[in-house]
Write a protein that binds this ligand. Structure first.
Ligand code: INI
Length: 156
């Protein structure tokens, strides 16, 4: 049996992080978690991390698409927070963001990891931004590190 699985160390990788300003109070904690993971676990140097700020989760996919098209990065991490309100808006924002990022990943053949919280309340978001339920930014960064190495191990 041959098993292909990847480690996390990617010292030469270039990683772009696209982060929404909407709900920035939460998102900045996701960013801290992501950068800490990239540097301490991945060995990625600070110079090889680029942070791209966009207005909200809806705008994340376009920025990610441009980054992917530049072919200068090994992975893209998307960070944001969509909190359900009383209307259908939540579904539109969350679904468009997720669908757009999935398209970028498949079209450009680059790992794009989803560190966008989609929660019922601010409390749930805080819990997932570095408190009792972990940090979604950390999780997205770990996945990016693993996928950078994994795709390099699978020849096309
Ligand atoms: N953007 C978010 O990132 N999170 C949200 O919860 C959110 N809500 O709820 O409205 C949100 N809206 C802004 C949206 O992403 C766009 O920036 C805006 O619609 C302009 O295109």
């Amino acid at each position: 049996m041959k098993v292909i699985e990847a480690n996390l160390a990617t010292p030469n990788a270039k990683v772009a992080i696209v982060i929404a300003r909407f709900n920035s109070f939460i998102n900045e904690s996701l960013l801290s978690g992501a950068v800490d993971t990239l540097t301490r676990q991945g060995g990625v140097s600070d110079d090889n991390i680029t942070v791209v700020r966009v207005p909200g989760a809806v705008e994340i996919p376009l920025a990610a698409k441009r980054i992917a098209a530049s072919k200068k990065y090994d992975a893209i991490i998307a960070l944001g927070t969509v909190i359900r309100g009383g209307t259908y808006h939540f579904e539109l924002v969350a679904n468009e963001c997720h669908k757009g990022l999935a398209q970028v990943m498949m079209e450009y053949d680059i790992p794009v990891t989803f560190g966008v919280l989609t929660t019922e309340s601010i409390e749930q978001a805080i819990e997932r931004a570095g408190t009792k339920m972990g940090n979604k930014g950390t999780e997205a960064a770990l996945s990016a590190l693993e996928m950078i190495n994994l795709v390099n191990q699978i020849e096309v």
